[in-house]
Design a protein around this ligand. Structure first.
Ligand code: FAD
Length: 466
């Protein structure tokens, strides 16, 4: 992604609304380009949906949901490097995902270090124990077909059908769809394979698993998300000369003809600027715009996007029940489990684990007691050491609109960063980035918005000179 070259348009007043990863990425790119930036965030901390809170009873930082990044998330990794927090994260040196079934069989999806990409997945494809040998050969064939698929030439067609349908049309079998493809698709796209577009499904495999030996290496923070991002982002923005208004919500944008001239805070104060970047979620945007502007198709279309829930089940056991840092499961309501004690280096004989449930409509409407019954029983089945363990604490974190859904047709509702309003730009994981609803998409969107804003400023200058 090209950096902005500081030039004639330096030193303008930029107002960024929203201090999630998209807003932060836009703010830092605009500061780097030599502008004056005011960042306005509704909450008293930065990071947006990538946040954590301290659980009063255990004193531990609990993420609002386990956040994973992959080796292909180059913009996100560059961003955490810029924040100076890489040492608070880690990423695998070699892809390795242990996948177990309820009957205790385990297979590891891994990259062979001695084979060039895409052959690095060949050994895994041939030894994956959750498929019969015939299914493995067939899956390998479908994977080769997927690799050769030109997403750009077939965009329209791929965006109109589900990934499951695409796999079936190309001869994949139902068992392999559930026990191999969906193990990757469900957590990365936060939706069932039958609900996501073929375009996004193929993007995940072409962009990560099949993209070099390190494209799908799994990474995460070794501290809570707020501990990772909020203070570091404040330091970087301040050091670059940015101003931050935390705990200040923007109530409305004020227009003067075809331009925005100010962002009115809930307190009534109006922050004026030359350009504005709205980096808020899609459903928060219309509230900021004048009613007639919100109805313009460019803005209104985005309201067709839908949210998908993630439910996090956090369990503290009185003893160690799992050894790996994380594990994935097939044929079980437990999808992925993260060993937070090990990831965060928490000392003690007890163990804190987090079950991450994606596309979790079923669990989002379930009460805490029902979830406790279901998941402590299932954990005892999957982890023998959990059978005699005592559950010391059990909490549930439900995020009902954790991500937007990558359904067939959804790409058409994602707007560009440049808007019909001359000096208003959009950022957010939901804008056009080519990526699904992820931290990578958020960081990329911020950079794209900053580039568009810089182009907009140059245009304004040309017009003023005429
Ligand atoms: C439970 C959960 C698990 C996830 N897991 C992963 C994962 O494993 N990997 C991954 O890559 N992604 C994951 N995501 C998605 C990831 O968190 C998002 O894609 C990313 O954080 C979106 O960033 P954003 O800046 O676009 O939006 P947001 O983070 O939503 O930021 C928008 C910001 O705008 C602020 N705001 C809203 N209205 C106003 C206003 N009027 N005035 C001022 N400020 C305002 C909000 O407070 C917020 O800080 C997960 C998300 C959730 C919820």
């Amino acid at each position: 992604m090209g950096a902005i070259v500081p030039g004639e348009t330096q030193g303008r007043r930029c107002v960024v609304i929203g201090g999630g990863l998209a807003g932060l990425s836009a703010a830092i790119a605009l500061l780097d380009a030599g502008h004056h930036v005011t960042l306005i965030e509704r909450r008293p901390f930065l990071g947006g949906r990538a946040y954590s809170f301290v659980d009063q009873e255990t004193g531990q930082e609990v993420d609002n949901g386990q956040h994973v990044f992959l080796g292909c998330c180059t913009a996100y990794m560059a961003f955490i490097k810029r924040l100076g927090v890489v040492d608070k994260t880690s990423i695998q040196k070699r892809l390795s995902i242990p996948v177990s079934s309820r009957d205790g069989r385990t297979s590891v999806i891994s990259a062979a270090p001695w084979l060039p990409s895409p052959l690095h997945l060949l050994p895994t494809s041939l030894t994956y124990r959750h498929l019969t040998f015939g299914e493995r050969l067939n899956t390998l064939r479908v994977m080769l077909r997927l690799m050769r698929t030109d997403r750009w030439r077939q965009t329209e067609q791929l965006q109109a059908q589900s990934f499951r349908d695409w796999l079936l049309v190309h001869g994949e079998r139902e068992g392999a769809i559930q026990r191999f493809w969906n193990v990757i698709v469900l957590p990365t796209l936060n939706d069932d394979i039958a609900a996501v577009s073929a375009d996004m499904g193929i993007m995940v495999f072409q962009g990560a698993l099949l993209k070099g030996r390190h494209g799908a290496d799994v990474g995460y923070a070794r501290v809570g998300l707020t501990a990772l991002l909020s203070d570091a982002a404040q330091r970087v923005v301040k050091a670059a000369g940015g101003r931050m208004l935390l705990g200040s919500a923007v109530a409305k944008l004020h227009m003067d003809g075809d331009r925005v001239y100010g962002a009115e805070l809930a307190s009534g104060q109006v922050i004026t600027g030359d350009v504005f970047v709205a980096a808020v979620p899609w459903d928060a945007l219309p509230k900021l715009l004048p009613a007639e502007t919100a109805q313009v198709p460019f803005f209104a279309e985005a309201q067709h996007l839908e949210g998908a829930p993630i439910v996090g089940i956090h369990i503290w056991y009185d003893r160690r029940v799992m050894d790996d840092e994380f594990a994935a499961f097939v044929d079980s309501p437990v999808q992925w489990v993260f060993n937070k004690s090990r990831i965060q280096g928490l000392a003690g004989p007890w163990q804190y684990v987090c079950i991450s449930l994606s596309g979790a409509w079923e669990y989002a409407t379930m009460g805490k007691e029902g979830l406790r019954q279901l998941f402590t029983k299932e954990m005892a089945h999957l982890f023998p050491k959990a059978r005699d363990a005592h559950v010391e604490r059990f909490i549930v974190v439900k995020q009902l609109a954790a991500t937007f859904r990558s359904k067939p047709g959804a790409e058409a509702f994602r707007p560009q960063q440049e808007t019909p309003i001359l000096n208003l730009f959009l950022a957010g994981d939901w804008t056009q980035t080519g990526w699904p609803s992820t931290m990578e998409s958020a960081v990329r969107s911020g950079q794209l918005a900053a580039q568009a804003a810089t182009r907009g400023l140059a245009r304004q200058q040309t017009l003023a000179a005429q």
